[in-house]
Design a protein around this ligand. Sequence first.
Ligand SMILES: C[S@@+](CC[C@H](N)C(=O)[O-])C[C@H]1O[C@@H](n2cnc3c(N)ncnc32)[C@H](O)[C@@H]1O
Length: 258
Amino acid sequence: MISDSGADESTVAGDDVNPELNPPADARDEQSAHPQRRVRSFVRRQGRLTEGQNRALETLWDDYGLTLENGLLDYAALFGNANPVILEIGFGNGASLLQMAQNAPDKNYIGVEVHRPGVGKLINDADRAGVHNLKVFCDDAIDVLARCISDSSLDGVQLFFPDPWHKKKHNKRRIVKPDFAQQIRTKLKIGGYFHMATDWEHYAEQMLEVLSAAPGFANRAGAGIYSPRPDYRPITKFEQRGERLGHGVWDLVFDRIE
Ligand SMILES: C[S@@+](CC[C@H](N)C(=O)[O-])C[C@H]1O[C@@H](n2cnc3c(N)ncnc32)[C@H](O)[C@@H]1O
C-alpha cells in the first residue's frame, strides 16, 4: 500500500489504515487550517509495535536513545571516541543504517526517525548484533538539527529515499528545499558531505535543482550530474520496493565547500 507520502505503509509504517481512503487529520492542508504551523515532511501515525520492538524501546533506550532534551550533543562523551559522525535522516526500519554502522566501526552514526516501530526495530537489531557506534532519535529531524547538533560538527548527512509526496498538492511537504539545504550546510564541517538518494525522478530533479542553487555546496559528480551509488550505501528497503515497481534510482552527493 502506498500512502500520499509515497511510503510503503504495509511494510515500514505497519499501519492498518489506508491514508488514501481515510487521510489522518494532519494530512489535510495544514496551512489553510493553521497558517502558523510548520509543514512537516511526515505524518505521525500510530504504528503497532511488536513485542520485541516494545521491549527494545523500554530496555535499550538508555544505551541507544537520545531526545531533544539532551540539548547540543557532545559526540566524544556520547561515543567515547573522536571518530567522524554521520547523521541519517529517516532511516525507516534501520536495516541499511545498521549495515553501514557494522561496516564502518571507525565512524559514529546518529539515526533520526519519527516512526517508533522502526526505531524499536533498529535498536533491537543493533543490540543483537553488538553494534554500539550508533545512537537514535525518535523525533523530527528538523528539531534534532536545530536543538541537538552543533554547527560545523558533522562529517556527513544521509537522506535515503525520503517520502516523495508525489501528488502535486503535497510537494510542499518534501523535506529537501532551500532552507533545509542551508540547515544541513550549517551543521556540516567544511568538507563534509550531504548524500541523498531517491527513486522518484521528479524529486531527484528537485534535489539537484535545490542543492545546485544552494550557496556553499559543490556537486561531487560535477554540475548537473547524478552520482553513481557509492559502495558504502547498502540497498535500502524502499529502494528494493522501487526496483520492483520499475523505478530508477538517483544518488546525489554534495560537499560543503564553504
Ligand atoms: C520512504 S521512507 C524511507 C526509509 C529508509 N530510508 C529506506 O530507504 O528504506 C522515509 C522515512 O522518513 C521518515 N521521515 C520523514 N520525515 C522525517 C523527519 N522530518 N524526521 C525524521 N524522519 C522522517 C519517515 O517516517 C519514513 O520512515
